[in-house]
Design a protein around this ligand. Sequence first.
Ligand code: MET
Ligand SMILES: [Zn+2]
Length: 778
Amino acid sequence: MSITSSILGFPRMGANRELKHLTEAFWKGTVTEAELLSGAKEIREKHWKIQEAKGIDAIPSNDFSLYDHILDAAVTFGAIPPRYQSLSGLKQYFAMARGLQADGVDVASLPMSKYFDTNYHYVPVSLNTTTEFKLATNSKPVQEFNEAKALGIKTRPYIVGPVSFLLLARVSKDAPVGFNKLNLIDSLVDVYAQLIAELGANGAEWIQLDEPHLVVDLTPVEQAVYTRAYTLLASKLKATGSTVKLLVATYFEGLGNNTELAFALPGVSAIHVDLVRGIDSFDGVLAAASKSNVKLSVGVVNGRNVWKADLDAAIKLVTRAVDALGAERVIVASSCSLLHSPHSLEAELTGAKVDTEFIDWMSFAVQKLEEIVVITKAVKLGRDFVKEALFANAKSILARAHSARIHNPAVQARLKAVQPSMLTRKSPYPARRTVQNKLLNLPRYPTTTIGSFPQTATLRRIRAQFKKGSIAQDEYERLLKEEIAHVVKFQEELDIDVLVHGEAERNDMVEYFGEQLDGVGFTKNGWVQSYGSRCVKPPVIYGDVSRPAAMTVAWTTYAQSLTSRPMKGMLTGPLTILCWSFVRDDQPREFTAKQIALAVRDEVVDLEKAGIKVIQIDEPAIREGLPLRRTKWDSYLKWAVDAFLLSSTGVNDGTQIHSHMCYSDFEDIMDAIIQLDCDVLSIESAKSDLKLLQAFQAREYPNELGPGVFDIHTQRVAPTDEMKTRVVEMETCLSGDRLWVNPDCGLKTRAWPETEAVLKNMVQTAKAFRAIAAAHAA
Ligand code: MET
Ligand SMILES: [Zn+2]
């Protein structure tokens, strides 16, 4: 047995997002359960056959999912929260994923959480003292293993590892105080052993257990749980006489100080490490591996980005592993599951306007399989054996490195010339506040919204038709102006203080800017699963970024021309554009972020010149970019804050800069948020986030703050009393004269009637507090 190849998982959606269409049709009732299941089976079969045809040795199974693989594991191990226990089968499964309101049942869904620092969201199951694990009969991993086996493909079943399973889970709200989910490890390992033995009995030789938590900062207790779990698992498997070998997969960072721990786990026959993000740990990993007899799976092809792998560099890394351990102990692999990659480049080559130069720089999942196989062959049989492939790869890598489209000397020079003075406002906040108060003359508890208003089907159709060319430019502008006028009038009638134009022209808050920036490209079919059936098609930042022309000024000034109230300009910030795109890997992310920041800065200055007095720069994703290891936080936060400051500080004191954040826990980065020094920060807090409140109490926010007073994710109209409670809560940590009243995010997913009702309550809330303040003053 010599060196082998593998991947940790394949994207599920299919070449044309077949799985998305299938599940959504099932939810709508236009596809039956039998059709859904047979369609899903066909997709799996196709994907296994692609991997087999490309020559991958260890092909995963059970990486497929109808919704989410972490939820699948919960079902496999019987960790079903009580409120779903009366349901069964797919009904139960989708009720946990999406909630169910039919046939006399009304249950909410489980929450959703981001999977580490990816844009994938998993469904965390909630655990309690009452949780009893029980292996499902003919569970999904067994079924799918046998399904592949019937095709003549012996797969390596994948399942999230027991410790990561517990660490990813939440603790149920009604769990007694002091309940520790890690205490469930023994009973959980019990069912893992049963499952692994069953897979072995069905013919599985290897099992892949994902333990991504081995790359984060673990507490001593968590480290001990790792050792305990794998010691127990090994002894249980031994007792059953199972000979199945375990590969423990880690990714998204290096093993770092957990290296020894990982290599000392009993009963583990192979460890997978991510050499794209964890190259720092490679020396330590090789040293630990040499002292053990485990196999080493080296993730040298990036599973999370779209660039072609540098095969020469990858071969060198694999060769180092082979030199240290011998070829039979090395597996060539993707850095992580290819779940985070689009399906195949093939679709990019069809249709009109094929940008062959751009496409030649990239590899999607199917192409990554080819790369892994070429690397494996080069090491096994010699470079000569794959010389055409290596030559073509070297040519593409070189072409990209030297392309004129990537390098813009003017942008690079501008970035080099950034002075510290470009990172601060002219005056500190208190002085700005005085000027802004005079200019804007806003009442206390000013009201505003976060930017978007309902995106109706009509609006979406208008944009799509314009894109297709079936609506002319002036007709498009006329229709959108009509919409803007409607949104402005609507807000005036509600008596909102700082207005927005509604973002009707935007399909997506990152795509809209990406399309107007140089150095950013778009794919036709580069979809990546975000959660459930939802996919995103991130922009591809391939080169130096610049702004050839103003991006939002025309719409914003038009909106301002319709009202005497301040119209807020709406921009997406540099970190959010960075986090929600595929980013070039040939320079530090910091530089790319700052180039985007300069482009945004120009837009901010142009808006100011055009008479816009309030400008909001949205940064919902600032927290997402935070590295997985705490030791790396400070350096990220330093450049992230600088990038935001670079984008926002080009204006005069009188221009009020807002920012908006949502979707994340911000407690960890409070200091950085304060350093952003925006005049007004609106932040998601409507879900009565006690943690957030405490964070603001612990560290008083020095400028103005707009904690969301209602949740935009539900069509429920929050009553005024509830909103008042939020304001009262926030007044415990911030004086009322610095509080704004606003929703917790944009309203684009809402319908008009509920929007009107809830904003009425919001304005009423603000007015009630104004009245109290006035009475106090009198
Ligand atoms: C995810 S944050 C969204 C902010 C954006 N301005 C909106 O209102 O939709
Ligand atoms: Zn938001």
